[in-house]
Design a protein around this ligand. Sequence first.
Ligand SMILES: NC(=O)c1ccc[n+]([C@@H]2O[C@H](COP(=O)([O-])OP(=O)(O)OC[C@H]3O[C@@H](n4cnc5c(N)ncnc54)[C@H](O)[C@@H]3O)[C@@H](O)[C@H]2O)c1
Length: 532
Amino acid sequence: LAQVKLVLVGFMGAGKSTAGRRAAEALGVGFADADELIEARIGEPIASFFESRGEPAFREVEEAVVCEVLDRPDPMVVALGGGALGSEAVAAEIRRHVAVWLEVDDDAAWERARESARPLARDRDAFAGLHAERLPLYESAARARVPSTAGPRGVDRALRSAMALARPEVPQTVRMLWADIGDGYPVFVGSGALRAAGALWPQPGRCFVVADEMAQALHGEMLLDALADHVEVAGTVTVSPGERHKSLSEAERVLRELARAGMQRSDALAAFGGGVVGDLAGFCAATYQRGVPVVQVPTTVVAQVDSAYGGKTGVDLPEAKNYVGAFHQPVAVLTDPGLLTTLPDMELQAGFAEVIKTGLLAGGRLWDRVRALPPLGQALRGDIEVVARLVEGCAHAKLSVVARDERESGVRACLNLGHTFGHALEAAEGYEAHRHGEAVALGLLVALRLSELEAGLDESVRFEVLELLERHGLPRSFEGPGTDELLAAAALDKKRRGSRQNFVLLAEPGEPVIGAEVPRQELVAAIEEIRA
Ligand SMILES: NC(=O)c1ccc[n+]([C@@H]2O[C@H](COP(=O)([O-])OP(=O)(O)OC[C@H]3O[C@@H](n4cnc5c(N)ncnc54)[C@H](O)[C@@H]3O)[C@@H](O)[C@H]2O)c1
């Protein structure tokens, strides 16, 4: 830890003190609970001081005590009170350390906090208002976000992983999200993450890289250099670009090359590329000797905002897309938005369809960010941190959904918004005419039109999406397969249940409706509406 402290921030009731105490013990360093130090300083319980002297007086003492403890030279774990970040001095001081935001939702926090004597946990509405008001403070100060739902074991593992952020090779721009899925894993996001890949690498043992040919040519050397001091890279297998390589025969070729190179179960695989290589290499990792660890290192927009997280891996059959596969969660994801700067405009544009989808599903601040973004190429040439935060927001949104439903027995299905029609169009065209993202863009228009008819969505959302598609160079209409052919292709979609055609609809941004059955004539009309 050197002089860097692990500082736990977050709302009251998140469990910062308990988690902090355990982390300090595991790391063999000291622990300080800011509220306890404050009570020692004022010589009475915080609640009575608050009552008699008022909040401003309390905040003054809190600021002094917290700045003092953060200034101590020894490594330690510190748990802060929920409102401490309201002080600019504390927020500034914290940048020298690794702040971890232990996230708790408003309801869970209320359940825990109202039992206590906390002065700010007396009125339910005021409590909810305070929670919403403080979220941006935690978000901007924290370098790691850990959901308290991960439980003691998950939180302990997450805090250990967050320690990697304190290493000198890891730039301040890199942040960590904790995926509370399966055993849990860290997702490191930020420009400079690739250069720090070695310091962030989660596995002992050797590593084999399965790389997209283009990603390898442009950024492979940086990855190998970054890994060199920390892990032995024992082999690299490259994969030619294109969806047609996401096939069983290509999986066989990769698996055989790994076998010939002597890969063992104790080794890990790095999937370095876009969604094609992520899905293909993930599938190879799931099946090689019945499963080896995989670290996803996504290099395209689609992969960085969506496909690298959540553990769906697989390949296509000539009959249909993604028909063979396995759930296999990565042991870590390293996402460097700086890699997006070498993507051709067409890929940036197509990838943005998944960003729009994620924004629509998440609603709130993420949707606002998506709406405000200039064309991605322009945004990347401007302030890359804006793009990095957008990528991080999308990753967080996807991880939250998957954490609630890893195997898609319920809520995870919402991630298919726009994909039923999108997949049908790709299949009917033999995957040639449209890129995946372009097909999803058109699928979103169909889904939003159906949402107006079946889920009460205001049409202004579709109009805004039409504008976004135009701004980001995505199609708003298509020419091609007849509607009957598209409906037949949709019927092959594996997300269909029985003979019914289920759609993901949207009641409003942030409120998906899953499993809606849509009358055939409405679907036909929605498709015809976007036919050029
Ligand atoms: N597993 C999931 O949850 C999930 C989710 C969404 C999509 N997907 C899958 O993802 C795939 C699409 O992924 P994609 O859009 O990333 O396509 P892709 O992997 O084919 O990559 C697109 C192109 O970008 C090139 N490339 C990659 N990184 C680059 C870089 N940094 N600079 C320049 N060029 C680069 C590649 O060579 C390729 O030509 C589809 O197969 C889809 O089914 C999976």
